[in-house]
Ligand binder design. Structure first.
Ligand code: AMP
Length: 617
């Protein structure tokens, strides 16, 4: 294998020592210089390997040509490939879509028919992910010195998993990775030493896992150089957990004994080793910091050597930036990567940039990337649908018929343009619409860099949940039947993700009226609470898991507003430039001013009193 020319390499995954940052940087330079050749090679390799699969055979008819591929293989959504995935889940051979055996299915936070989408994964794909993770190290060491002189307190968790009827594991991508030998038997790398022993990360009881990881992080506080979690929401959940449990954590530190309720044998064993002995002085110190009235800057106080907080704060996680800044004490927030269950996509080459300036460079040997252009509002006379609430951009998504889709290649994207990402992976996805809208912000060598703009069709998100306008409508429709049976009509509704407290929760604003007399009805709290629960029961499985199992979403709230509130909202939207003729009530609100208009007219508030039902798929 030649290190300098990755496009010559079998399998496209150059081998190098991850401790050697210079070698890592060289690989990144090669990958970003040779984008076109690498993308060609990736597509060739994927087609050559998989042309005989049932799926591709039907389109390619034995031809291995890129032009034929682009002409005949359709750009698809999950619903188009779902029958193949289900066949595999039910025992069909995985070579209907992939020549490499599919060893498990990765449950995505995107859902289909209320259940998580399932993405194919192969053994080789784990190596591709390891290669990708290793590339994050040289980028960070380029900007931050001395990362090999201490540890990372990364709070990482596994989630529940199930087996498909054919016996394949179905689990989230990170659970799959942490449970793999690639993670568990990772070679020592002095830049990636964690305070959390693997046993605490792999503990399936999320409360014990969190407690033990925080305890290990506190005991080793003087060694901690960086802290983090995958998403901002998970890191804030850890801070809240600390707020509720610091006294007990201090007591364990003081005595050198782990609390009795930590019953997971692996956790008990490793945490006892880390705790090792009574540490009364350390306990006093942590107690002093945690006892202070304000928790502003608590991260810096508890882990004083921390150089940055590694959490994704782009996309729907941007809503947590100000809360994180409050706790961080000025420590930079670093979003290192952009990835999904389908494929790992890109790396942030300027990790210290501010959250709103973050761009990701797509790594060209991860997959074959294509882009569906997304027009900006009023850019031409075509029919566009407004992109949904979470996006503050002036971009619109063109309603594309499958047949008239023209994609652009990675090397042909244009600066400042918006695109939807389409991937062809090594694992059996061909021209698959990921659903993410990206904007080109620049280039690193020849590789374009993208800002994550928003996810298509998502209006509400607190943690990894992704609720669309349609999901919300379905859930509200079920709940409103309850009030209708009592002679009350729901005349308008909208929603927003309230993240002012942790965990955040969904808020629905409802304008109600009595049938017949047009008055605000008298509301029975029990009935309204039942409406809240019914909405929750009707939302998809990822929402219900976050709410019930992970406790990462709080009880859903309905705020009943006085008559005329939605007229006031319309007046506001029109004053901001919406056309009166085309005005449609937004089903999700982002603007603080609009939320204030609604909030100032709230007459009653109700919360769901029970967590919705959830079980693994
Ligand atoms: P999942 O399929 O559950 O793994 O979720 C993957 C999705 O999460 C992506 O398609 C994006 O919509 C979102 N996502 C992942 N990484 C980032 C990131 N760095 N910034 C914004 N959104 C992200």
């Amino acid at each position: 294998m030649t290190r300098g020319n990755p496009c010559q390499l079998p399998g496209m995954l150059p081998n190098y020592d991850p401790n050697d940052s210079e070698a890592g940087m060289k690989i990144l330079e090669d990958l970003t210089e040779n984008v076109e050749q690498i993308q060609q090679r990736v597509l060739e390799e994927i087609i050559t390997r998989n042309a005989r699969t049932d799926y591709l055979k039907g389109f390619l008819d034995g031809q291995f040509d890129k032009q034929v591929f682009k002409k005949t293989v359709p750009v698809v959504n999950y619903e188009d490939i779902k029958p193949y995935i289900e066949r595999i889940a039910n025992g069909d051979s995985s070579n209907i879509i992939s020549a490499e055996p599919i060893i498990e299915l990765l449950t995505s936070s995107g859902t289909s028919g209320g259940q998580p989408k399932m993405m194919p994964s192969t053994a080789e794909d784990l190596h591709r992910k390891t290669f990708f993770y290793n590339l994050l190290v040289p980028v960070m060491t380029k900007y931050v010195d001395g990362l090999d002189e201490g540890k990372a307190m990364y709070l990482l968790f596994v989630k529940p998993e199930t087996k498909t009827p054919s016996g394949l594991m179905a689990r989230p991508v990170l659970t799959s990775y942490y449970k793999s030998n690639n993670f568990k038997n990772r070679p020592f790398n002095r830049f990636n030493v964690y305070t959390s022993p693997d046993e605490t990360i792999l503990c399936s009881d999320s409360k014990q896992s969190m407690y033990c990881q925080l305890l290990c992080g506190l005991v080793q506080r003087q060694e901690v150089l960086r802290v983090g979690a995958v998403f901002a929401s998970a890191f804030l959940r850890a801070i809240k957990f600390l707020e509720h449990n610091w006294k007990e954590l201090c007591s364990n530190t003081r005595t050198g004994h782990v609390s009795d309720w930590i019953t997971d044998p692996g956790c008990r064993k490793v945490v006892s080793l880390v705790l090792n002995k009574p540490r009364p002085e350390l306990a006093d110190l942590i107690e002093h910091e945690c006892n202070s009235k304000s928790w502003e800057g608590i991260i810096k106080k508890l882990w004083p050597r921390t150089k940055y907080i590694e959490v994704i704060v782009t996309g729907s996680m941007a809503q947590y930036v100000s809360t994180l800044e409050y706790y961080s004490g000025g420590i930079p927030l670093v979003s290192t990567m952009y990835a999904s269950s389908e494929c790992y996509f890109g790396i942030n080459f300027k990790p210290l940039s501010k959250p709103w300036d973050v761009s990701y460079t797509l790594i060209p040997n991860m997959a074959y990337f294509e882009f569906l252009p997304v027009k900006k509002k009023n850019e031409d006379g075509a029919q566009y649908v407004q992109c949904n609430g979470v996006c503050k951009e002036n971009c619109m998504e063109k309603e594309t018929e499958k047949e008239d889709v023209e994609t652009v290649e990675l090397v042909d994207v244009k600066l400042g343009q918006y695109y939807e990402l389409v991937v062809t992976t090594f694992t059996g996805l061909y021209r698959y619409r990921v659903g993410d809208i990206l904007m080109v912000t620049g280039f690193h060598n020849k590789a374009p860099q993208f800002r994550f703009v928003h996810r298509r069709n998502v209006v509400l998100s607190i943690d990894t949940d992704k609720t669309s306008e349609e999901d919300l409508l379905k859930a509200v429709t079920k709940a409103k039947v309850i009030v209708e049976s009592l002679g009350i009509l729901l005349i308008e509704y909208t929603s927003y993700a309230d993240t002012s407290s942790i965990p955040g929760h969904y808020v629905l604003f409802w304008e109600l009226t009595s049938k017949g007399n047009n008055h605000l009805p008298v509301l029975d709290p029990k009935i309204m609470e039942q409406c809240c629960s019914t909405v929750e029961e009707s939302l998809d499985s990822v929402y219900r898991r976050c709410r019930r199992k992970d406790n990462s979403i709080g009880p859903l709230e309905i705020r009943v507003v006085q008559h005329g509130t939605f007229d006031a909202l319309m007046d506001f939207c029109v004053s901001q430039g919406s056309s009166v003729n085309q005005y449609k009530t937004p089903r999700c609100i982002k603007s603080g001013e609009a939320i204030n208009i609604l909030d100032s007219r709230v007459v009653a508030r109700f919360f769901s009193q029970k967590a919705p039902f959830w079980e693994p798929v």
